[in-house]
Design a protein around this ligand. Structure first.
Ligand code: GLN
Length: 537
């Protein structure tokens, strides 16, 4: 057994998905980080897709974008927000990525002609990928997506088991303890089964985080301890709460990080930062409200509500509000419902409007309607990616008088293609190259001195934001748009790509081709969002 770094914390889920395993992982990692250790987080997604870039947000939630251009699971947003660090796309390991590597090796005879097997070849590849992503850290957190017992994640559990033969590691299971209303009782049986399934795969949970609606009681803790062979003090109570940023505090009260560090042979040095504690206390006492509408497309799916598709935007608004001591009330509106109606009553109750990223024609006119409403009524507006493209369409049509102006994504035959596909993107699509081919990851923008955005970023001349799109403002229309009062206040260094726009005479009308929401942190709100919320107030 090695006694050096990295050490590992494996986080696996039992009973059902959607328990907030990502929040558990991020909260525990934050506590270990605040204790004085270098941490990283790796997420295993057991689907065969190589990355989440080609997945439907309705089913998969938000597609998060990393600094190095990965299109990955939204849990990475949670990790980055909690930990305040940038993670690489290599920290996301999918079945697709693993097999791509194994098959490429096999094709180039790297296995020397022998049989290539799930064990040890695929498990070795998984281990290798985990180790590559765990360099230069003290503790590496590995969260396994899905639920124990799924055949999809079994091979990953075997790989973790194998890693434990060499490295110091501890396993945390996040499970669910339902409350049955008709009998008035918390039920531990599903958790008992989940732990048993995990043991079949060779992993014994040292800790059990019990998610429940209203918290565990002593008899249930005893029951789980005695049936799952987990010490009573290692059963962590994790009831539903209003604000996820309180989870680290809940864990700290139960000494979770301290016990985990002890298991890893590390000393507990410091508790959760005072700054974080103060922040959570302050959130609880806010009463001045600010109402913000998010005009999107992915609002409901069947009978369920989509809480997650715009999660980074929602969290970025929240961070900004919290730091300005405002209580955010964010309402997601399905843009299609605004279409064909000329009444603005449904928008008037809001202090500001955000049009986030998006794809395709569904609900586009509703988004354009809401942008027009903001522009004409001096209501704060923030456009993100697609939101900026549609702001250009709206301005072209209604201010420049370019009738029928559109993005060629929506209307390929528009007489005024004010937003158009990049030539290199056109070639890729012809060859059906959809995966990981958009303009992705961090790009610089040169800001115009004296502009709103220049002031917001603290007078920085160059800023980096993350991108994910195929279309751009058409350079041919920049002159006419600018001559009618629109200002492109941020451009790519060669001046060809429009990265920020604003209307100087407006209270706050700002849009960007990038996704600044991906860089907002719990203790460090993003200046663009802070500026927007401030003007809403
Ligand atoms: N659909 C637009 C494009 O591909 C915008 C993408 C986005 O909002 N992320 O350019």
């Amino acid at each position: 057994m090695r006694t050096d770094s990295p050490r590992f914390v494996f986080i696996v889920g039992g009973v059902l998905s959607g328990l907030g395993k990502g929040v558990v992982t991020a909260s525990l990692a934050r506590l270990v980080q605040d204790s004085g250790y270098r941490v990283t987080v790796i997420k295993i997604d057991p689907y065969v897709n190589v990355d989440a870039g080609t997945m439907r947000p309705t089913e998969h939630g938000e597609i998060f974008v990393t600094e190095d251009g990965g299109e990955i699971d939204q849990d990475f947003g949670t990790y980055e927000r909690f930990l305040g660090i940038n993670l690489s796309k290599d920290n996301n390991i999918t079945t697709g990525k693993v097999f791509l590597r194994v098959i490429q090796k096999e094709r180039s005879l790297e296995y020397g002609g022998r049989d290539v097997k799930l064990i040890p070849d695929v498990t070795n590849e998984i281990k290798q990928m985990i180790l590559e992503a765990s360099q230069d850290v003290d503790v590496s957190f590995v969260e396994v997506g899905g639920t124990t017992g799924d055949i999809e994640n079994l091979i990953f559990l075997y790989a973790l088991r194998d890693l434990m033969r060499e490295y110091r590691a501890t396993t945390v299971m996040v499970s669910y303890v339902p409350f049955l209303r008709n009998v008035g009782e918390l039920k531990t049986k599903p958790t008992q089964h989940a732990v048993a399934r995990l043991r079949e795969a060779g992993l014994f949970p040292d800790f059990l985080v019990a998610r429940s609606e209203r918290g565990l009681d002593a008899p249930r803790i005893e029951k789980i301890a005695s049936t799952c062979f987990i010490p009573r003090e290692n059963i962590i109570d994790d009831p539903d709460i209003e604000c996820v940023y309180e989870v680290p505090l809940i864990f700290e009260r139960q000494g979770f990080a301290k016990k985990v560090l002890e298991k890893l042979g590390l000393k507990f040095k410091h508790g959760l930062s005072e700054e974080w504690k103060r922040f959570v206390e302050e959130i609880k006492s806010l009463d001045e409200k600010v109402r913000i509408a998010l005009i999107g497309k992915y609002v409901t799916h069947g009978s369920s509500e989509h809480r997650d598709v715009y999660i980074s935007v929602v969290e970025a608004i929240r961070h900004a509000c919290y730091h300005l001591r405002l209580k955010p009330e964010i309402k997601q509106i399905f843009s299609r419902e605004l279409e064909g109606r000329n009444d603005v009553a449904s928008l008037e109750e809001f202090d500001g409007i955000v049009v986030p990223g998006g794809f395709g024609e569904k609900g586009v006119e509703g988004k354009i309607f809401s942008i027009k409403y903001c522009r004409e009524n001096n209501v704060p507006f923030l456009g993100l990616c697609f939101g900026m493209q549609l702001a250009v369409v709206e301005y072209a049509r209604n201010v420049c008088g370019l009738e029928g102006a559109n993005s060629t994504e929506i209307d390929p035959n528009t007489p005024h293609p004010v937003v158009d596909i990049l030539p290199e993107q056109k070639k890729l699509l012809k060859k059906k190259k959809y995966g990981a081919t958009m303009r992705l990851g961090a790009y610089p923008a040169v800001l115009k001195k004296g502009s709103l955005v220049y002031e917001l970023y603290g007078r920085k001349e160059v800023v980096y934001e993350r991108h994910r799109h195929r279309y751009e403002v058409n350079p041919k229309y920049v002159e006419v748009l600018e001559s009618d009062g629109l200002v492109f206040s941020g451009k790519s260094p060669d001046g060809k790509l429009m990265e920020f726009l604003e209307i100087p005479s407006h209270t706050f009308f700002l849009a960007t081709q990038a996704h600044p929401e991906f860089k907002s942190r719990v203790l460090k709100p993003h200046p663009v969002f802070s500026g927007f919320v401030e003007s809403c107030k």
